[in-house]
Write a protein that binds this ligand. Sequence first.
Ligand code: AMP
Length: 277
Amino acid sequence: MKIADTGSALREILKNAPAPRVLVPTMGAFHPGHLSLMQRARKIAGPGGTVVVSIFVNPIQFDRAADLDAYPRPMASDLAACETAGVDVVFAPTAESMYFPDRSVTVTETLLSRSLCGAARPGHFDGVCTVVLKLFLLTGCESAVFGEKDFQQLAVIRRMVRDLDVPVEIIPCPTLREADGLAMSSRNTRLIPEQRADAPRIRRALLAAATLGAPTEILAAARAAIETSPLARIDYLTIVDAETLQPVTELLRPAILATAVFYGEVRLIDHAMIAIG
Ligand code: AMP
């Protein structure tokens, strides 16, 4: 396994790397969800192709300095996990090597990124799109693997690829969960035991509410089930169209019940599909 810490070092390593090149963009602090993405990438690349994993806690997608500072960075164990997963190249750049201090170009998506996490975290998806496009260009990958857990991120990246004719195939992967249903996340390690024990209520609330009738009923039931906990604070709880991610008041097309919930400073997201008819 080769490791690059600057864009130019990565380009040098990848100069003669065999196709297909498959990229898994991450911020590290790996859990089995990340590993499932790497396994998927390995399958797509085949034994002869090249799997590239990027590990970069991208400062320009964080809206809160405390969240950026607290983000876990267990680099040694992450590298060992990549090695075990059969990754060929790890790209772990510093922020200084990724961004010029006077950088002035940003990729902005103006529709799908404005609801949900985008409304609560202004600039977040600009940061995501910008870094992901840079990673696509630096690696020259043919395909890239993303988790459905971050379904808004997946939708925004797909739209960027469509609208800018980016020649990268986007491969979605299902959400991996803990045995109690909590979506695996690098942020889960920051929960204190009481919060960790309480957090599976998010998934339970979404699943139970998503089977009810009208949107107002669904939202009220999910809100009540989450807010019963004194530890949980809802950041947003919304029903959006599955394709446009715009809020809906009527269930005419497939929709998604989505939430972000704070436990102390830790913000967890999850969602559930709402079946129609
Ligand atoms: P992150 O390091 O949190 O930015 O995530 C890197 C990639 O892993 C993203 O494509 C995420 O959607 C994906 N991912 C994160 N958590 C999970 C999970 N529990 N199951 C599957 N994929 C995940």
